[in-house]
Design a protein around this ligand. Sequence first.
Ligand code: G6P
Ligand code: ZN
Length: 542
Amino acid sequence: MTAFTTIQTRPFDGQKPGTSGLRKKVRVFQQPGYLENFVQAIFDSIGDCTGKTLALGGDGRFFNREAIQIILKMAAGNGFARVMVGQGGILSTPAASCVIRKYQTFGGIILSASHNPGGADEDFGIKYNIPAGGPAPEAVTEAIYARTQQIDKYRTTQVGDVDLDQLGEYPLGDMVVQVFDPVADYAALMQELFDFDAIRALFAGGFRMKFDAMHAVTGPYAKAILEGLLAAPAGTVMNGTPLEDFGHGHPDPNLVHAHDLVEALFGADAPDFGAASDGDGDRNMILGRGFYVTPSDSLAVLAANATLCPGYAKGLAGIARSMPTSAAADRVAAALGIPCYETPTGWKFFGTLLDAGKATLCGEESFGTGSDHVREKDGLWAVLMWLNVLAKRQQPVAEIVREHWAKYGRNVYSRHDYEAIDSAAANGLMEHLRGLDLKGQSLGAYKVAFNDDFAYTDPVDGSISTKQGVRIVFDDGSRVVFRLSGTGTEGATLRLYVEQFQPDPAQHHLDPQVALADLIKIARDVAQIEARTGRTEPTVIT
Ligand code: G6P
Ligand code: ZN
């Protein structure tokens, strides 16, 4: 019989998990009962927790430690036998997925708002991952949300706080709290997948890299793996101490926010290789000396070179990419004679393909790359896979990518974001696009092969997702894609994805903005972007 206390509560509005759990301002989470209600709704929705083990940790942002203490007491009150919590409350999203799978826990709770800024006035987040290790599917998040609207009590235990900084096992009511090393299991898995000897030899030979942890969760992982196990020189990891406010930064690995890294790689005496990861460690950006690798190209290059890595030496079962991600990976899949799946945006859509063994590598244009080793995208994994490839090929990053383009052709690619536009205008623009029938028409020098609103039928479980983005595909394979962001916080964000296939190596050096100029103009005109949103230029171009 578990000793617990029941506390009366009342529902809060708006506890609806989004793409990646519940994300709100810290001050919203600090309201008495707010976090507690959501956690109880999770426990009420996932089945009998009695005697089970839960994994727990977060990205170290402001309110992480307080939230963990609250959740530990509630887990005890709800009958869990054990909670495995990362030392210092730290656990990256991919490491959580690794631990959930390895120890077959009853899922896990991850505290993170991913790449959103942290601090007392910034964002906090919480998500539940299922026992397979991946994000909760919609049926589960909907059940959690429904429960938050009915909730009238939660269960906790009246005991003191646990010391999160000392490794060991501690009693908490009738439950055991196991404070574990959040890096060890993850590092062990990476050593199974990649040739650490070859990478060590690469560093020993004078190869230099910079990894920007952006003061977020990957600092301890990158230091232990890169500077520890792989003996990269001290200082390889930049911004490696997790800070509650990420050093006032925006922990999103892209050319704008990872500016320290970009300066280093494009400046004088640049190192050979640069990489960054986001707040909770699932995103990645890859740079060579003076060279940016788009996430779409990164997926394709890793797929083409996967057999150089021990964990993938047997070859790939298939590749999966989100629809707006470029078709560069499709060309590799075709050459390898394996399937390439095109899914809606969102890592959760890869879960069934990975579980069924249909896909081995997955990637998204939004700086996500991963494989069947866990059920989340994995920033440091991508970095290690690149290092393994670099160690084996002994060529600079730019040369590897240019050779790849010469062999497969280049899918020239760019994304234009129009942020914080009026929601009604954004919805009107999408409705306008959905209503068009352009098949057979000429737009500039391009002829439309077809246009549609992407719909997906999951080949494993048959579930159908509609309205996943408007595509206009031209008969030479070029395309423009429009969708509204599912993660923006202010107004609406329109994303325009532009892609052109260029087989001619003589054209591969061109700046994508130049090469794609005609397609970009066609897209702006056909969507009436300026007339409908008042914007003449995008906010961000990547
Ligand atoms: C999150 C998800 C990714 C997804 C991205 C899309 O990062 O984890 O799987 O690709 O959101 O964001 P968007 O703002 O384009 O909806
Ligand atoms: Zn993230």
